[in-house]
Design a protein around this ligand. Sequence first.
Ligand code: OAD
Length: 360
Amino acid sequence: MKQQIKVRSAFGHFSRNLPRHHPCFLKVFSCHSCLSRKIFFPFPIISSSIKQARAIHSTKNFCLNLLNFNSCVSSYHQRNMSSNRKVSSDMNAFQDQLNRASKIVALTGAGISAESGIPTFRGADGLWRKYKCEELATPEAFAKDPGLVWQFYEYRRQLVSSKEPNLAHKSLSVLEQNFLRNSPQRQVIVVTQNVDELHRRAEMKRVLELHGSLFKTRCTQCKAVKTNYNNPIVPALDKIELDELDRHIDPKDLPRCEKCTGLLRPHVVWFGEQLDPFVLKQAEGLMSVTDFLLVIGTSSVVYPAASLVPQAATRGVTVSEFNIEQTAASEYSKFFFKGPCAQTLPKALQIGETMISHWG
Ligand code: OAD
């Protein structure tokens, strides 16, 4: 299936038709030289269903990306034709490599929470009311109608609060606990794109949240970040339903800063915003030291998270994917375990249900 990708920059527009999993989607926007030179990219960029990616950087670097964009079209076809790489789903071989690994990173996405009853972003149930996530999770949408954006986020806060971590979250926690108890020189760290805090609620200790948390707010004026588990967050946002009409909420009734009364916003990364540079640096640092990467329940199309898999893979790190379908990361995977990860992951990690229930 081909998709049209449009890039808009200060220097004009261009577009290309490319197959859905074309590596250009990775290469164009995850140009390592640009990233390392800290050129500003609009983060996160969606690549699979991409409509527009705004390239907001200098002419020189824009050219660099355009060059990469053009040059990898042919290399893709060459690689595709010559590729005879085998992806394995051999559990024993996976476990053999896992047992020899000491710095395990689990990169997770919405799919790991799917069996807790939380819809993914790009699945069939990805719409919220009539809106796509990308229409509401933006600074522009918040500037236009903060009440509507808060309804979307409060709905998700209420939904997530009513759900529990599943066996996939718990098996990673049990693995971490086993390492702490029996082999402290080994570590497992979760790097998640999820904002639902289910890894923490599953008692995972080492979690890096790339996109923030639904349960944190940030003041639009004084920038103070606060944890907030109030349910509802304010009375005007009580019992938000999917099938109700959009409420009109007076901005004075929206969440407000205790210190300066400024309007609060969810402390999550929106489309068009950059990740916290410190968080991104930590994630990239982990990719440079990990010796075993698990990629669980993510479509791997939102940048910069999507660039983490190729970063590790190009170092020769074994990538193992757990998903119900092939994704943009699959071309980097040595192991692919197809199916709901609440089933496949505990099995692969050899974490039985009794171990999970003893652990909590
Ligand atoms: P997506 O909705 O893009 O992808 C979810 C992935 O999970 C897909 O590849 C599904 O095939 C897979 N999946 C679904 N159910 C599964 C299951 N039971 N077991 C295993 N895999 C399953 O979600 P993300 O990749 O997390 O960003 O999306 C990344 C970011 O895009 C999100 O963090 C969010 C979104 O826009 C922000 O909000 C900033």
